[in-house]
Design a protein around this ligand. Structure first.
Ligand code: PHE
Length: 343
């Protein structure tokens, strides 16, 4: 017992003298004194050899010693935990950070959002529908007779598994699906991707994007159509824009028109963009044909409506002065990174 007390005293001195300035030293200390094969554990093992009447006293001495050894360890551990290992070079924190490359929105989606938000302010809701469509929703319901040129194999992609399926050639299929739901009035716009079997060039591609619109209620007139579209182009191109409507033909509208806006590049006198005419064609529109309403179960004596449709690529090209449609789908970041802000 006396011998052990003597050892304790020596260990105490050793602990006091132990230098604990690096994490490695702290770990060495832990292993030597507090580890499973360490000195504290070994001293507690000596309890077996201590006579019973001395056990309490000896236990207390040992506990004090243990707390003493632990206290030094805890203090040193906290003090060295945050110190850098000497092998790591300190970084110069005043250097500028690495710049993360930020993406930008695609010009088509910028212009699409802009178009959508203008119509949303007029109370139009956004409607969506399938890109793989059946013949009825894409053509027949829209009063496109069986021999209509738009059905020609050259214009439409048919799905070989089933000749009744095709890639929609316009988003009017969404309008048909909305009308079939039978909930009136309807005031929707249908943005989406459409497909046509065209030879790819600067002016044509096998797919592009449209926004079509439909408004059906009692007493909807051509005057409503004109005013809505006039508001739309003023919001898109500025208050000074002028519009003109030229008579046209679509199987699903009667009467039908193409709408032009005054050329926002030259303002009228004529330039390359407007092909010296002072006007740029922007969309097709008209009053929904009564047959289309009836095809979808809507009473054409009670309800009338208007519809319009535009290509987003075309408007984007005009707004940004882009002269090749293929740029939109080539994924060339030198082109895409130019479109970061609002339109
Ligand atoms: N669906 C027509 C097209 O894709 C556009 C359009 C829609 C024209 C509505 C008139 C009315 O060409």
């Amino acid at each position: 017992m006396e011998a052990i007390l003597g050892q304790l005293e020596a260990h105490r001195k050793e602990i006091e003298a132990f230098e604990l300035t690096t994490p490695q030293q702290v770990e060495e200390y832990r292993i030597k004194f507090l580890g499973t094969k360490g000195i504290v554990k070994a001293l507690f093992g000596e309890m077996r050899n201590v006579p019973n009447e001395k056990k309490k006293e000896f236990g207390q001495v040992l506990n004090d010693f243990k707390l003493f050894a632990e206290a030094k360890y805890d203090a040193a551990k906290d003090a060295t935990a945050n110190s850098q290992p000497s092998t790591v070079n300190l970084q110069d924190l005043s250097l500028p950070g690495d710049v993360l490359p930020a993406g930008s929105r695609h010009p088509i989606s910028l212009v699409r959002s802009r178009i959508i938000s203008i119509f949303q302010r007029l109370g139009f809701a956004v409607a969506d529908g399938p890109e793989i469509e059946d013949d009825w929703h894409n053509f027949t319901a829209l009063n496109l007779p069986e021999n209509h040129p738009a059905r020609d194999m050259q214009d439409t992609f048919y799905i070989s598994q089933n000749p009744d399926w095709l890639l929609r050639t316009h988003t009017s299929n969404v309008q048909i699906r909305e009308m079939q739901k039978g909930k009136l009035p309807i005031r929707i716009i249908c943005p989406g991707r459409v497909y046509r079997n065209e030879t790819i060039s600067a002016r044509a591609h096998c797919f592009f994007h449209q926004v079509e619109g439909l408004y059906i209620d009692e007493h909807v007139s051509f005057a409503d159509l004109k005013q809505t579209l006039y508001f739309f182009v003023q919001e898109l191109f500025g208050k000074d824009v002028k519009v003109r409507f030229r008579p046209s033909y679509f199987p699903f509208t009667e009467p039908s028109a193409e709408m032009d806006v005054s050329c926002f590049i030259c303002g009228g006198p004529g330039c390359r963009v407007c092909k010296q005419s002072g006007w740029v064609e922007i969309l097709g529109c008209g009053m929904v044909h009564p047959t289309v309403l009836e095809n979808c179960g809507i009473d054409s004596n009670k309800y009338t409506g208007y519809a319009f449709g535009m290509g987003i690529e075309r408007i984007t090209m005009l707004q940004y002065g882009i002269n090749d449609l293929r740029l939109f789908s080539e994924n060339d970041v030198r082109f895409l990174r130019q479109f970061t802000g609002a339109v």
